[in-house]
Write a protein that binds this ligand. Structure first.
Ligand code: ACO
Length: 323
């Protein structure tokens, strides 16, 4: 008996922002963004929050699973942009779905979070006797980016994706690899706001509370981490790259995928790509891609798939599983 993905769901906010829309208030162009990143549009939350988007994606995954809310034993939300710190985003999602009682928590491993969350859930399913887990990735990046910084804000979008994990007779998760190396230079950085108190005048405000990024450094790390992670998960599972039907990479920049494909000697068709439509949705990136691929009929039972992510920390993760 393995731990497998039973169903998926996703939610993308209604508002679509094009590169030309960004060029109305930034010194940028559709040509620059498209050729440097592969991004054409992104969805931006208007009124939605990380909790409400996560709940909508989770509700869709739950409905498609055929399970009732009381059959969910564990709820994990992966997010770098929680709309609340108390209660947890996962508690809001659980409440919206009327899941009466379940172990519930949020995690933040930046853009690698969803793979970490599946790995944590599968371990808990093995050790705590849980049968079904709801894993959500949801991010409102539009709240944590600096809309005057053209080198970062054009890269991100908002959205949520979800998956239900279950124990069944498929092989499910075959191998995983989680890592985090020291980010000596804070290549990806976003601080929480700190206000002075009656006892301290220490404060963190303004630009430091928005995402800043050393783009080319992150890109070099991502290409390196990508290659290593693929080698490790395939070796651990005793699987060859050619046996994998589809790879779901974190959607950060199409050029990272071109480099990875070249380095690994594989065709770009091996990658599921939606960055052109949704941009980088941080923790939601992989579950959104999984859900879009599933609803487009690109996944069939028994397919071997790989998930790969990298992000702030500098974290990375990969997982090989049978669909
Ligand atoms: N429009 C027009 N010009 C721009 C823009 C823009 N939106 N942004 C930057 N430029 C300019 C720069 O100012 C620079 O100008 P200069 O030469 O006059 O100084 C020039 O374009 C080139 O800038 P570079 O930073 O060298 O461009 P690069 O080719 O490296 O692309 C990018 C930048 C897209 C950010 C790239 O480095 C990248 O995608 N890096 C990886 C980012 C990533 O993976 N992030 C996510 C991972 S983690 C996470 O998801 C949170």
């Amino acid at each position: 008996m393995g731990i497998s993905i039973l169903s998926t769901g996703c939610f993308l906010p209604e508002k679509i922002v094009t590169n030309d829309d960004l060029a109305t208030f930034l010194d940028t162009s559709d040509e620059w963004i498209t050729t440097r990143t592969g991004i054409k549009t992104r969805h931006i939350a208007v009124g939605e929050t990380t909790s409400t988007m996560g709940a909508k994606a989770a509700a869709q995954a739950l409905e498609r699973s055929g399970l009732s809310p009381d059959e969910i034993d564990l709820v994990i939300c992966a997010t770098v942009s929680p709309d609340v710190c108390c209660p947890m985003v996962s508690a809001n999602i659980k409440k919206a779905l009327q899941i009466e009682s379940a172990a519930t928590f949020d995690i933040n491993v930046n853009c690698s979070s969803f793979i970490y969350a599946i790995a944590i859930a599968s371990s808990m399913m093995q050790t705590c006797g849980y049968r079904n887990a709801l894993i959500v990735g949801s991010d409102t990046n539009s709240q944590i980016i600096d809309w005057s910084d053209r080198s970062t804000c054009v890269l991100f979008g908002d959205g949520a994706g979800a998956a239900i994990l279950t124990k069944d007779d498929r092989r499910g998760i075959l191998s995983s690899h989680l890592d985090c190396i020291i980010d000596q230079d804070n290549m990806l950085y976003c601080a929480n706001k700190i206000d002075p108190t009656p006892f301290s005048d220490h404060a963190v405000q303004g630009a430091d509370t928005k995402v800043s990024m050393h783009g080319s450094g992150v890109m070099r790390f991502a290409i390196h981490a990508f290659h290593d992670a693929v080698e490790i998960v395939t070796q651990k599972a005793g699987v060859k790259l050619e046996d994998i039907q589809l790879i779901f990479p974190h959607q950060a920049n199409i050029r990272i995928l071109y480099s990875a494909a070249k380095k690994m000697g594989i065709d770009m068709d091996k990658f599921y790509v939606d960055i052109d439509k949704v941009a980088n949705t941080s923790c939601a990136s992989i579950p959104i891609a999984l859900d879009l691929a599933a609803t487009e009929g690109k996944l069939k039972r028994g397919d071997l798939i790989m998930l790969i992510a990298f992000g702030g920390g500098l974290s990375s993760g990969a997982m090989l599983l049978e669909w």
